[in-house]
Design a protein around this ligand. Sequence first.
Ligand code: SF4
Length: 197
Amino acid sequence: MTTRYRSINALQQDNRRCRACANAGYHLESLPVVEGHAGQRAYLYGQAPGVVEAEERRPWRGRAGRTLRDWLGLDESAFYETFYCAAVTRCYPGRAPSGRGDRTPTPREQALCAGWREAELRILRPALVVTVGGLAARVLLGRTSLTACVGERCELDGVPAIPLPHPSGASGWLNAPANRELLANATELVRVELARL
Ligand code: SF4
């Protein structure tokens, strides 16, 4: 049970060994990927690691990570120092059967992984939450439309929560000029909130 954890180190030690989805019969292509440390006040919540992250076992190592850092104006060391990097599911789910992008974790996998997030939030008590991509915004903030929430300052249990689109570009959401404007508003909100931490 993830409720027993008192420290983020102990939680991560067990999270990195978690095989709950594989034991439930789901096909995973990596061990869990999670990175962060005690004391971080900003919690970054993505969808799931990709192939590069799976190989390196570090989050946000591929092209999407570089784009995200560009959006936020952070270099690598500032990015990893600022954000505790978590995700809806923490193991690489492999390619989508359609061949376009990565497989979206099933609702059951999302539910199996939720306990790690709940324990992290309980221990870390972040002062800022940033969701990345539609699935993360839906799972954590209950927001079902990126267009309706990107650029908005949401809240999670009284904590500012800023939704961002996913930087992989797989969805095509960013192709619309109006959505790129929403993104600019959202990244500005993140910068303002980071400056307050
Ligand atoms: S996705 Fe989450 S719950 Fe599933 S095996 Fe990986 S760490 Fe465990």
